[in-house]
Design a protein around this ligand. Structure first.
Ligand code: FAD
Length: 469
């Protein structure tokens, strides 16, 4: 549907965005009897934002389910979140999201989404995360079908470029897309679920400087933070440090946008990582990879030219999911260095020093094993084995930005708060645009979708109720 047909139209609930959070909100609001419009910036074939790249959702459960083993209690989930965020989270909202995570997953299943057990690999999530059969694309397709069946009108190529907000009351959105004349759409309530600003390099540069030019954006190019900026300019209460984000180390050959999950490099715990000067800079074996993968984007971002290279030998091949790009290979370290554009003598020295410092131990990548270095700075504290078995392999790493944490502050009813401390009259927020309420820093794999699904459903319910009054 073309958004020009919309000009002058009025809805009960206008939803800005077209990913998981937006869809959960739209379906819920429509089922509550509201007339709902989804305004999705992307064209139809690119719909679904970062949600279409996802694989799983983290959920508490008190007993094994058909796709999750053992139990994952509310308190353990909460403790995990406290640990990764260093306590920088809204504890009340965090507990609420966790407590409602099981119901959200069941609701997704009721829309027709199927789940599957986790595959083995470096991210051992079989107990904590329910995996979508068919991935995030399947989730997005299921939810769009549910939205259309519930009578939601979906508009593609419909970026929200303006918001008419009177005090704290939403009146109308302006939509302007692909050279078409802008359209004005009125609404009795607004749900904002339009993602973070991760795809807006200019905005990232404000905090990261020129380094931002070397960042690769793992997801949709449409999350440019336009709606977030409009809300902050309209005196919404902001939450989150603008420099905090989820950033992983991805293959340097990945495309600038939308490379998705296949570009992630999971080989780090099995080798060493060096920078442009062929020197190591961090403990590659500090903790299990699911608890550490999300720090490596920032670590690489802090290196000269924002580049790193993970070096492994033949031993770990087959123990991690290989990225989509083949490794650079050579039979000698010096040769590998030349292929990577590194100084061969320095890399040879770095590898030799590492090899000499490796202590005898029993290698087991499923536990925090006793294979560690002695007398090396920085140390490698687990899974340290000499790199001595050719052919040697390397993957070059760049910071891959997943999503940013700066957002709008909300309460437990998903209602956006204003900078003066009052709640907004009729604006609700869900997903990445408010994830900073829970994620002050750090990340817990699968919680992005939990936040979107739980807050999306709340926002839809509350917006529909607000529209009725
Ligand atoms: C490669 C990758 C893998 C991931 N894997 C997982 C995973 O397995 N589990 C997990 O929990 N999380 C994962 N995440 C994070 C997860 O994608 C997000 O936390 C989640 O999708 C956020 O949902 P959302 O609806 O808020 O945002 P999105 O799904 O990104 O949706 C935002 C929507 O807003 C639209 N939009 C943007 N600007 C405008 C505008 N001005 N007007 C109208 N619409 C606009 C976009 O087009 C998009 O449709 C992954 C992310 C990436 C990039």
């Amino acid at each position: 549907m073309n958004h020009n047909e919309l000009n002058g139209e009025s809805f009960d609930v206008v939803v800005a965005g077209g990913g998981n959070a937006a869809l959960c909100a739209a379906v819920t609001a429509a089922r509550a009897g509201a007339r709902v419009a989804i305004l999705e910036a992307a064209p139809r074939h690119m719909r679904g934002g970062n949600s279409r790249h996802t694989r799983n959702i983290r959920t508490m459960h008190v007993a094994p389910t058909d796709v999750l083993v053992e139990a994952y209690a509310e308190d353990e989930y909460f403790d995990d979140l406290m640990r990764v965020t260093g306590g920088v989270t809204d504890e009340r909202l965090a507990r609420m999201v966790i407590a409602q995570s099981g119901a959200a997953v069941r609701w997704l299943g009721n829309q027709g989404l199927r789940f599957q057990p986790a595959l083995g690999g470096t991210l051992s999530l079989a107990r904590t995360n329910a995996h979508f059969l068919g991935g995030g694309k399947a989730l997005v397709n299921v939810l769009y079908r549910a939205a259309e069946a519930a009578g939601v009108r979906v508009f593609y190529d419909a970026p929200v470029t303006g918001l008419d907000i009177d005090g704290s009351r939403f009146q109308a959105a302006t939509v302007g897309g692909s050279g078409a004349a802008p359209a004005r759409i009125e609404g009795r309530a607004l749900v904002v679920a339009a993602g973070g600003f991760e795809a807006n390099i200019d905005w990232l540069r404000e905090y990261w400087g020129a380094a931002a030019d070397n960042f690769l954006i793992r997801g949709t190019p449409y999350n440019r933070g336009e709606v977030l900026r409009l809300l902050l300019d309209a005196d919404a209460a902001r939450i989150g440090d603008p420099k905090q984000c989820h950033a992983v180390a991805i293959d340097g050959r990945a495309p600038k946008f939308d490379g998705g999950i296949v570009t992630r490099v999971d080989a780090v715990p099995f080798g060493i990582v060096v920078n442009r000067n062929a020197g190591r800079f961090y403990d590659e074996g500090e903790d299990f990879w699911p608890k550490r993968y999300a720090i490596w984007g920032r670590l690489v971002a802090a290196q000269p030219d924002q580049i790193g290279h993970v070096i492994i030998d033949a031993k770990p091949v087959g123990r991690f999911i290989p990225p989509v790009f083949p490794p650079v290979m050579a039979d000698r370290i010096g040769e590998l260095a030349t292929r990577l554009g590194l100084d061969p003598i320095v890399l040879q020295e770095t590898v030799s020093a590492f090899n000499r410092s490796c202590q005898p131990g029993e290698f087991d990548h499923n536990v925090l094993d006793d294979c560690r270095t002695e007398g090396l700075a920085p140390a490698k504290t687990h899974w340290a084995r000499p790199i001595d078995t050719p052919p040697f392999r390397a993957y070059s790493l760049r910071p891959g930005i997943t999503f940013t944490y700066l957002g709008v502050k909300v309460d437990a009813t998903a209602r956006m708060q204003m900078a003066d401390g009052h709640p907004s009259d009729n604006i609700f927020a869900a997903g990445e645009i408010m994830a900073g309420n829970l994620l002050g820093k750090g990340y817990l794999a699968g919680i992005g979708m939990t936040i979107g699904a739980v807050f999306g459903r709340i926002a839809g319910r509350e917006a529909a109720a607000r529209a009725r009054n």
